[in-house]
Design a protein around this ligand. Structure first.
Ligand code: EPU
Length: 341
């Protein structure tokens, strides 16, 4: 395994932003991962684990440590106790995995179609979309525990998943993901609970392939085209409020939909709705910093033109956060991982 110096990171991210990594290693197996980690440990250097680069904002000055670009590959479908497990290495493309599951007629992750990034990144942030979350089908993960330098299997419960949350976010740096296993179903179980999907099929029960295609089509209308612009999807997390607080806000903003959270009495507020000028709360259409703006087809998303800097994006985010605080009294957090130099 070679450790390279001064490697540009911007081409490895969907924002297309960021300076170089001081050191950089492509990691294709656990042996290489151990070697790379030993290199960093020996120099008391910080590390950053990079997957598909689709949910990160790298600093304009780059990263002053070692970037591990995860290239662990391999997917296997196994039958276990009457159900199907699909086991994927952390460096696999998430969307290719979904495509494969759909081809193999396995239900459970099709609503998560079209999400850019790697399997490892998908687990870390417990991706969710169109009524479904990764944690609903995840069975176990295999990790390298840096504390004990051992390979461990963690159950779904040990991963402590929440809305865009997991142990991997709460204890950053401790675990590096190696594999993830998803329990999928051969019997149809379409989930059309999300309004956009139900509307798409107008009451008809679609096939597995049709659901994947529908989700991809819906997403195309809402997200910037990466061929022309940069983005990391939703820039902020939707705020989660107590039932009481949510009710107050719903009275203030009639028509605002509210979203229940699984296994929680709390309510998720659609920040995109609040940021959308058509609802009369905030109007961000003229708010721009450099080439960064809130995306006019989905106001929770930041889109960036060529030559936008990380400083521009951070400044825009700060302005928007302040406006939300003044208008609604809510502090919102970035959903995108902002990587410090
Ligand atoms: N809305 C608007 N205007 C907007 C945006 C949203 O009125 O500009 C309204 C929608 O009409 C809907 C509600 O707000 O009633 C929620 O919007 P949407 O369904 O687009 O979902 P979201 O809450 O904005 C979340 C995820 C997305 C995921 C979608 C679809 C987060 C932070 N984001 O967005 O995930 O694709 O749901 O399920 O939870 C991501 O994490 O990067 C991401 C893109």
């Amino acid at each position: 395994m070679t450790i390279e110096k001064n490697i540009a990171l911007f081409p490895l991210t969907t924002f297309g932003i960021g300076g170089p990594a001081r050191y950089f290693a492509l990691v294709q197996n656990i042996q290489e991962m151990r070697e790379a980690l030993a290199f960093a440990n020996a120099r008391a250097m910080k590390i950053f684990v990079l997957g598909g680069g689709s949910n990160v904002l790298i600093d304009d000055k780059g990263f002053d440590g070692l970037v591990l670009k995860i290239e662990l590959k391999g997917v296997e479908t196994v039958k276990e106790d009457g159900h199907m497990l699909i086991v994927a290495a952390a460096g696999e493309s998430w969307d290719e995995l979904v495509g494969r599951a759909v081809k193999e007629n396995l239900w459970g992750i099709e609503n998560l179609s079209g999400i850019p990034g790697s399997v490892g990144g998908a687990v870390v942030q417990n991706i969710g979309a169109y009524g479904s979350a990764l944690s609903q089908t995840l069975e176990w993960v295999e990790v390298l525990d840096r504390e004990s330098d051992s390979v461990k299997t963690l159950t779904k419960e040990a991963c402590k998943f929440g809305y865009r949350d997991s142990i991997f976010k709460r204890e950053p740096g401790r675990y590096v993901l190696l594999h993830a296993a998803f329990s999928l179903d051969s019997a149809p179980r379409p989930d059309l609970s999300y309004k956009d999907l139900a509307l798409y099929f107008e009451g008809r029960v679609p096939s597995l392939g049709e659901i994947r295609e529908a989700v991809i089509q819906i997403r195309k209308k809402k997200f910037p085209d990466l061929n022309f612009e940069g983005t990391a999807g939703s820039f902020f997390k939707n705020p989660v409020l107590s039932g009481e607080e949510a009710k107050k806000l719903a009275l203030k903003y009639p028509g605002m939909p509210l979203f229940a959270l699984p296994e929680s009495p709390n309510i998720k507020i659609p920040l995109g709705w609040i940021l959308d000028y058509r609802h009369g709360v905030l109007d961000l259409r003229d708010v721009r910093v450099g080439g960064a703006r809130m995306f006019e087809k989905q106001f929770l998303v930041i889109a960036t033109e060529k030559n936008t800097t990380a400083a521009d994006v951070k400044e825009l985010a700060k302005i928007v956060q302040e406006k939300i605080l003044v208008a609604c009294g809510i502090s919102v957090e970035p959903e995108v991982h902002i990587v410090a130099r």
